[in-house]
Design a protein around this ligand. Structure first.
Ligand code: PSV
Ligand code: MN
Ligand code: MN
Length: 388
């Protein structure tokens, strides 16, 4: 059996990036439920994210979305983050809100629209130089609603050439991260619907182009950990957008809908060398808290990832290898399930305390006066941005 003390060094390496948009008001197309205390600008979003890191030690960076998080002075935003003990992380582009992009952006048939979308990404790369960000994450809403609406093949070729132009501007220490999603907002076809397409597109670009796997972006029943294995095997898994779902891209708290799936995914990340500070695989959240409070929602999320990581690190690989070699199906499965069934919460609480962190971060946040303060101080908080 692997013991808890054997995994603490690995646990200490864990870093989970928070999405700035998780702190703003959000909802569905039916209703956005406003909450008191939500941030009025990117500075306040970063301040809220810093609270998550303060009580968990797990969330040292914040991802921004451009233009939702556009500010006059990104160097000032960077300093603000650093003063609060966090850093700015991935820059997410946005080519899905302008009228010009109704029929697509980087894959659009009109060169003028593609130009506008490419220029937006070049601007994001400039911002990254100011924020000190490594990753430019591209998720595209491009697609069609009806068979025959557009030429699928031509769109794929346009996408390839648009991405090539963006990639040419990606710096030596930067990466282009392409995220796939099987449907929505386009309902017939999406131009980057699956890991295979994302892989084909980034492989054509070069080493600094990788794939982002958002756990909510697959058809129900998809074996996501298999995709994790394959992308790691191919050296192209760049990052995760973690969330959970019951039906489609629900963006619920990670580990809420299916903790076992989260365990299986993280087990495969560890197996494939994708875990740890130097692995090149970034853990991020991509969630929206429609009805629950935002900051505790994010604290719960990072703790869920930590808990499943601890359980996955506890897999007894020697025993597993032995059972697999002998073809002992039940023994192998039992080793795997033993790790999943281990309650690591008491050990994690103790370990947190030994590192000067609260044993129970949810309670520590609830007992702080931060929420009351922002509820009273902030009036007129903004919406996260539709579609996040
Ligand atoms: C839309 O599905 C989406 O949730 C993608 O997952 C992106 O990562 C996110 O919005 C932000 O653009
Ligand atoms: Mn995502
Ligand atoms: Mn999504």
């Amino acid at each position: 059996m692997t013991s808890f003390s054997q995994i603490t060094e690995a646990l200490a390496e864990q870093a989970i990036e928070l999405p700035s948009w998780a702190f703003g008001n959000s909802g569905t197309r039916f209703r956005v439920f406003p909450q008191p205390g939500v941030p009025r600008d990117p500075f306040e979003k970063v301040a809220d994210a810093a609270q998550v890191h303060r009580v968990t030690g797990l969330a040292p960076t914040v991802a921004l979305h451009i233009p939702w998080d556009e500010v006059d002075d990104f160097a000032a935003l960077r300093r603000h983050a650093e003063d609060l003990g966090v850093a700015l992380g991935t820059i997410n582009s946005n080519t899905f809100q302008d009228e010009a992009y109704k029929l697509g952006s980087l894959a659009h048939r009109d060169a003028a629209v593609r130009r506008q979308a490419i220029d937006h990404h070049l601007r994001c790369l400039d911002i990254m130089r100011e924020t000190g960000s490594r990753d430019l994450k591209i998720w595209l809403a491009d697609g069609t609603n009806y068979p025959g609406q557009d030429d699928l093949r031509a769109r794929q070729d346009h996408l390839a050439s648009s991405l090539a132009e963006i990639y040419a501007a990606v710096g030596e220490d930067q990466r282009l991260v392409l995220e796939y999603k099987f449907f929505e907002p386009a309902f017939y076809h999406t131009d980057v619907p699956d890991w295979g397409t994302a892989y084909a597109q980034v492989s054509a670009l070069g080493d600094r182009a990788v794939v982002c796997l958002d756990t909510g972006h697959h058809a129900p029943g998809t074996n996501i950990e298999f995709i994790v294995m394959q992308l790691l095997r191919l050296g192209k898994l760049g990052s995760f957008d973690f969330n959970s779902r019951f039906y489609a891209d629900d963006d619920l708290i990670v580990g809420a809908a299916d903790p076992f799936q989260l365990f299986r995914i993280i087990a495969e990340v560890i197996r494939g060398g994708g875990y740890g500070a130097d692995s090149g695989v970034a853990f991020m959240l991509d969630q929206c808290h429609n009805i629950e409070r935002k900051i505790p929602g994010q604290i719960r999320s990072v703790l869920n990832v930590q808990e499943m990581t601890a359980r996955a690190l506890l897999i007894d690989h020697e025993a597993l290898d032995a059972a697999q070699r002998e073809g002992d199906v039940l023994a192998a499965n039992a080793v795997y399930m033993d790790a999943f069934s281990t309650d690591v919460r008491p050990d994690l609480a103790q370990w947190r305390e030994s590192r000067g962190l609260p044993a129970d971060p949810m309670r520590a946040y609830a007992e702080s006066d931060y929420q009351d303060r922002i509820d009273a101080e902030r009036v007129g908080g903004s919406q996260a941005g539709w579609g996040a």
